[in-house]
Design a binder for this molecule. Structure first.
Ligand code: ZN
Length: 476
């Protein structure tokens, strides 16, 4: 039986299994649901064992975090590449409940879609790998029966790569303990490539792969002058005004061309290659539609020399998120305020390091603080950017697998994201490849999350082809 035939003949069982998993309300952000997160982990480990994974364990992270699931199915050939799949089994909260067309944890099939919290993000996408690996083995003549339950009984062979899964339980609440778990289990998680299945495609008829995510560095700055607000008639013109200095500091963050002016800011920014720019330009991007989605924004705006998609995906930015100080109540109050405040966030791209940008921001503020004022900068927790080059053997293998499943050219996107991808790549020292079939239309994190079931089955096919393609690729 070929891969598609196997996936189709096991589709009903796959969907029923997924529906069962989706009834478990594994909301990591809600302490009252932490028992359900544990139940969800146990369910997945049991499912993977019955699917044929010789190893499937529930791992408690260090420091009391919620459990992740680890599973492993070694290749027959000990020299085969080792592939680690990352996903998560926790889900977002479901409020407001009254906006759901059916209860979020009673999954419902409608018009080829499955409605329920976690259907797309990320349980549906994690589970397609379990079908994908069985399809891969079946297509190579390995599974005795058409039912996955028969696989172990029939002494099924192994996948063409050594397959590992790490399915996190805290992604939707910030992956607080995940980096520590990766460090503790570095040896068992050792791999040649990491497959991330927690992103989206451009559209159902425009299959694509994510190739990177921007990082984030939030900062706050306060400029302080006199010890109290001063009468502007008595003192105005004679001492520095913290709000004037803040306005100038913030206005100076960008030059005329829309570039960020921090020292060394672009030194480590990876430029887009001509091929990447060409592929991005081929995505069917409708700027009017995008502006409408962008809160009815009146015009596109940003760094000169780059398209809108390049600006939001491949270029770093500085955004003022809030600024305040002095008198903002009704009527006038003629003062020189004692302090001015602002919150700023930087979106970072590979290979920028948040620590470098934080240091550059401190330098920038120090250089722009007039005599007589003092500046205090606080740096908030950062997320590092991640990047998977479109010419890497792993991405090329992923693209071939996606193209075989979808029967058409696969393009590339990037995402805003703030998941643990950079930690995975750095701690495990392996390249990333993003294979996922979610869509913006899935309404993840919102009421009425749903998934296109035919795309999940395509995902299972892509997964099956991926193991062959990665086995044949030169990853080391
Ligand atoms: Zn997710």
């Amino acid at each position: 039986m070929d891969v598609r035939g196997y996936v189709e003949s096991n589709a009903r069982e796959f969907i029923d299994d997924l529906k069962q998993w989706l009834t478990i309300p594994s909301i990591s952000a809600d302490p009252a649901r932490h028992g359900d997160v544990r139940h969800s982990a146990a369910w997945l480990a049991g499912h993977l064992r019955s699917a044929g994974f010789p190893v499937a364990e529930v791992w408690d992270p260090p420091g009391g975090g919620l459990p992740a699931v680890f599973a492993e199915w070694p290749a027959a050939d000990p020299a085969a590449p080792v592939v680690l799949v990352y996903g998560h089994h926790d889900v977002q909260p479901v409020e407001p409940l009254e906006e759901w067309h059916s209860p979020p944890f009673e999954p419902a099939e409608r018009d080829g879609r499955l409605l329920g919290r976690g259907a797309s993000d990320d349980k549906g996408q994690v589970l397609f790998h379990s079908l994908g690996v069985r399809a891969s083995i079946a297509a190579r003549g390995g599974l005795g029966g058409s039912s996955p339950r028969a696989s172990t009984a029939s002494g099924a062979t192994a996948p063409p790569v050594s397959l590992k899964l790490i399915v996190e339980g805290e992604e939707e609440s910030g992956s607080e303990h995940f980096a520590a778990l990766l460090r503790r289990e570095r040896d068992r998680l050792a791999c040649d490539v990491i497959v991330i299945t927690d992103t989206t495609m451009w559209a159902a008829d425009v299959p694509s792969m994510c190739t990177g995510m921007r990082g984030l560095l939030p900062v706050e700055v306060t400029l302080t002058g006199p010890v109290r607000d001063l009468h502007s008639g008595s003192f105005g013109g004679g001492v520095p005004n913290p709000l004037h200095a803040m306005a100038s500091l913030l206005a100076g963050l960008h030059d005329e061309a829309g570039r960020v002016t921090l020292p060394r800011f672009y030194d480590r920014v990876l430029p887009l290659s001509d091929e990447e720019r060409d592929l991005l330009a081929r995505l069917p991007f409708d700027e009017k539609h995008w502006l409408a989605e962008a809160g009815e924004s009146g015009a596109a705006h940003g760094e000169q020399g780059f398209s809108t998609l390049e600006r939001i995906w491949a270029r770093p930015t500085a955004e003022v998120n809030g600024m305040w100080g002095g008198h903002t109540g009704p009527g006038s109050k003629t003062i020189i305020p004692r302090a001015a405040h602002a919150k700023i966030s930087f979106r970072l791209v590979a290979d920028q390091d948040p620590a470098d940008v934080a240091a550059a921001f401190r330098e920038y503020v120090a250089a722009r603080t007039p005599d007589g004022l003092t500046a205090a900068v606080s740096i908030q927790p950062a997320v590092r950017p991640c990047h998977s080059p479109i010419t890497s053997p792993a991405v090329l293998a992923g693209r071939r697998a996606m193209q075989r499943a979808f029967g058409r050219e696969v393009l590339f996107t990037k995402e805003g994201g703030s998941g643990p991808e950079a930690d995975l790549a750095e701690i495990l020292a392996a390249p990333l490849v993003f294979v996922a079939v979610g869509l913006d239309a899935d309404q993840i994190h919102a009421p009425n999350e749903s998934v296109d079931l035919s795309l999940l089955l395509r995902g299972a096919e892509a997964s099956a082809y991926l193991w062959d393609e990665l086995a044949a690729a030169d990853l080391r």
